[in-house]
Design a protein around this ligand. Structure first.
Ligand SMILES: NC(=O)c1ccc[n+]([C@@H]2O[C@H](COP(=O)([O-])OP(=O)(O)OC[C@H]3O[C@@H](n4cnc5c(N)ncnc54)[C@H](O)[C@@H]3O)[C@@H](O)[C@H]2O)c1
Length: 250
């Protein structure tokens, strides 16, 4: 399994109670990082942290709540040090046509998928600036690249916004030696895609568009996160990199 040396680095992973976030937390722990495991679901955050060993701790919080984020990052700083790295992974998706989308659903999607990254980047960015550097990785989506994703306007808007925020954040934070990049996964086998994956016609349609001929697994996203967190990526910032079996080539 791919790993890098992140010994001693304190890393916050949001939405790490399952799926891609859990796999990222496992990869970081395998690479020697001490992982702050966030999730809105306190039980799954605690279970993942416990599975990673003594150096990981659970920090349950709703990352869409700016005050909760500030408090969580202050608590991580006090209890673990850092954070040296933040992986903004928490995300939600609704499948609703625009004409039927309640404002609350639109707002919640933007709050969790986009605004939360601003909240963590600001709170952790202050600490990283004072510490002389850091790394932020935003888990966006190929949905942010203008590919068709019917009935998911709020999700598409949030991920396109996250790619835009990533670039601007990278520009501002470069002066503080903080690198900021986004990863854009394609279709990954997690609970988020369970409903769509139960439809064989949908799977066939997806596969027809994926040169590597398979859907992704959570572990497929991990290697790039580790690389972006490592010193191998010291000259890499402001990028949105697809991990999608070749589905989207820009
Ligand atoms: N699965 C895919 O095909 C796919 C593709 C592209 C991008 N992504 C992105 O990858 C990320 C992870 O997706 P996944 O497939 O693992 O999803 P998932 O639904 O399996 O897991 C998401 C996790 O985030 C947590 N979460 C949700 N809202 C939260 C909040 N407000 N605060 C804290 N935690 C919260 C959930 O409790 C859950 O544990 C998301 O940002 C998603 O948009 C997924």
């Amino acid at each position: 399994m791919f790993s890098v040396d992140l010994t001693g680095k304190v890393t916050l992973v949001t939405g790490a109670g399952r799926g891609i976030g859990q796999a990222i937390a496992q990869g970081l722990a395998r690479s020697g990082a001490r992982v702050a495991v966030n999730d809105i679901d306190a039980t799954s955050a605690a279970a993942v942290a416990a599975s990673l060993g003594d150096t990981a701790r659970a920090y349950p919080a709703d990352v869409a709540d700016p005050d909760a984020v500030v408090q969580m990052i202050a608590q991580i700083h006090d209890e673990m040090g850092g954070p040296d790295m933040v992986v903004n992974n928490a995300g939600i998706e609704y499948k609703t046509p625009i004409l039927e989308t309640p404002v609350s659903e639109w707002q919640r999607t933007l709050d969790v998928n986009l605004s939360a990254s601003f909240y963590t980047s600001q709170a952790a960015g202050l600490i990283m600036r004072d510490a002389g550097g850091g790394v932020i990785v935003n888990i966006a989506s190929i949905a942010g690249h203008n590919i068709p994703l019917p009935n998911r306007a709020s999700y598409v808007a949030s991920k396109a916004g996250l790619i835009g925020f990533t670039k601007e954040c990278a520009r501002e934070f470069a002066a503080f030696n903080i690198r900021v990049n986004a990863i854009c996964p394609g279709v990954i086998e997690t609970e988020m895609t369970t409903a769509s994956r139960s439809n064989p016609a949908q799977i066939e349609k997806w596969l027809a568009d994926i040169p590597q001929g398979r859907l992704g697994k959570p572990e497929d996203v991990v290697g790039l996160v580790l690389y972006l967190c490592s010193d191998g990526a010291l000259y890499l910032t402001g990028q949105a990199i697809n991990v999608d079996g070749g589905k989207v080539m820009l």
